[in-house]
Design a protein around this ligand. Structure first.
Ligand code: HEM
Length: 465
């Protein structure tokens, strides 16, 4: 719900053609203090509710503009995308992801995307369904014990383990062991560090041995060792030529101009990017979906009915997923309320005009799925969980960029088909066999730590259906 702007705030009409409204003129430091104190989600939500669909902030040395209307998002991501780079928003993330597909730009990005794209076409992705089903089945078998003993499990951990196992097998032909779990927890800290850095007053150079920098550097060492090991093992593998996973594709690729293969550093950057972009997001999306279903028995029953009458208890085949529209609607609605990447940013190359407002060169533009997915102009009862928001009729009435969990334009998530397939298979297999219930007394809230994670373990009991 919108709150009324306070009296001293200029109205949007007065400012149209000049700079957007926002906590300007105010103290730059005080903006950062409230940003830190409230947390990123609350701070941006409040700013949007107070100032409207485009808000200007001065965040330390950076001018930041939050845009929330679908047309403006379309303008930045698609229509005038050439004027927008990932720019400064990737500075910290590059410390861990390097020049991998997520963080790189320009010709490196273009070449790498072309190399990797063939593995992510719907057809290629569908070929991974068998492995996904095996891993989901193994998880469900593992769930028998806690089901019988009525021991609660942390569903977020379970989903992380599942998604990590799937990405490891499908992309790199490795099985997830203790070392991988350790690498994942090192990466979890890296993401937390990167989020914290965004809201710091001063940029402390990485070589200064603060406690946070030391922990970050130690985490990076664990991660690098893990990733370089995967690459080294593959180099020694005599059957490497027979492999058809992402790592093989990357290793076989040759630079069209020089004919050179990728350096170990570039391989490392791509492996780490896919390993983490490919499991953390999907795991969070599945966690929030199960969390929402556990609290909405009517929607849960509707899902179960669809699964029962379409699949008759057997493991879903890939063609059958199209016959499960409600399952997909549940996933879409869950990512509306809890988008795993809840915001991302671009930097303007040249000055521009968005929605009639002047935007200078070098400004940061923040796009937030979390906010736009709650915009009352496009969503009735935005805070309610209602999969019916995604009936074909309702979707047709909504602008394309009212919903963009996977981003859009040329930098759209390369793994979107992969994630949707994995989620549909997992949700349908879980829903056929289990009913999950939240252990009472928990206060689970979303928290932004690079992705939208729960603020605590999500403890659930498992029951056979
Ligand atoms: C529910 C799951 C997922 C969500 C919500 C998600 C979301 C996103 C978003 C919003 C972006 C665009 C960021 C930007 O434009 O700045 C993105 C990019 C990316 N995602 Fe995903 N993602 C998911 C799953 C995956 C999976 C499974 C993979 C890999 C297997 C993956 C790999 C990537 C990569 C490599 C990029 C960068 C693409 C480029 O810039 O060319 N993602 N993702």
């Amino acid at each position: 719900m919108r709150v009324n702007p306070s009296q001293e705030i200029p109205t949007r009409d007065k400012l149209k053609g000049s700079i957007p409204p926002g906590p300007i003129g105010g103290n730059i430091v005080s903006n950062l203090i409230s940003f830190r104190n409230k947390g990123m989600i609350e701070y941006f939500m409040e700013a949007w509710q107070t100032y409207g669909d485009i808000v200007r902030f001065q965040m330390g040395p950076i001018e930041n503009y939050l845009i929330t209307k679908p047309d403006d998002i379309h303008y930045v991501l698609v229509k005038n995308h050439e004027n927008y780079t990932k720019g400064v928003s990737m500075k910290k993330l590059k410390l861990s992801l390097g020049e991998g597909l997520f963080a790189s730009e320009g010709s490196i990005w273009k070449r790498q995307r072309q190399i990797m794209q063939p593995l992510f076409t719907p057809r290629s992705v569908n070929s991974f369904a068998g492995m996904m089903v095996e891993d989901i089945e193994a998880m469900l078998q593992r769930w028998e014990k806690p089901t019988d003993s009525r021991t609660p499990v942390d569903i977020n951990q379970e989903m992380m383990r599942l998604a990590m196992g799937i990405i490891g097998r499908t992309m790199f032909n490795i099985s997830i062991d203790q070392e991988a779990m350790q690498a994942a927890s090192a990466f979890a800290y890296v993401l937390e560090f990167v989020s914290q850095q965004t809201i710091r007053f001063v940029d402390i150079p990485m070589f200064i041995p603060t406690q946070a920098n030391r922990r970050f550097n130690a985490s990076m060492r664990i991660l690098d060792e893990f990733i370089y090991n995967i690459i080294a093992k593959r180099r020694q593998d005599l059957d490497a030529n027979q492999q058809n996973d992402l790592l093989a594709l990357l290793m076989r690729a040759r630079d069209p101009e020089t004919g050179e293969p990728m350096s170990d550093k570039q391989l490392r950057d791509e492996v780490i990017t896919i390993f983490f972009a490919g499991h953390e997001t999907t795991a969070q999306a599945l966690t929030w979906t199960l969390f929402l279903l556990a609290q909405h028995p009517q929607e849960e029953a509707k899902l179960h009915t669809e699964l029962d009458k379409t699949l008759y208890g057997h493991t879903p085949h890939i063609e059958e997923l199209e016959l499960l529209p409600y399952t997909r609607m549940v996933i879409d609605e869950s990512m509306r309320l809890y988008p795993p990447i809840l915001l991302f940013a671009r930097e303007t190359l040249e000055p521009d005009t968005i929605d009639g407002y002047h935007i200078p060169a070098g400004a940061m533009i923040t796009l937030s799925q979390y906010i736009t997915h709650r915009h009352p102009d496009y969503w009735e009862q935005p805070e309610a969980f209602n999969p019916e928001n995604f009936t074909p009729e309702r979707m047709a009435k909504r602008p394309r960029y009212a919903y963009f969990p996977f981003g859009g334009g040329q930098r759209i998530c390369i793994g979107n088909n992969f994630a949707l397939l994995e989620m549909a298979l997992a949700l349908s297999m879980i829903g056929q066999r289990f009913q999950l219930r939240l252990v009472p007394g928990q206060n689970i809230q979303p928290r932004m730590v690079g992705t939208l994670r729960p603020n605590a373990p999500v403890m659930m009991t498992l029951e056979h259906r």
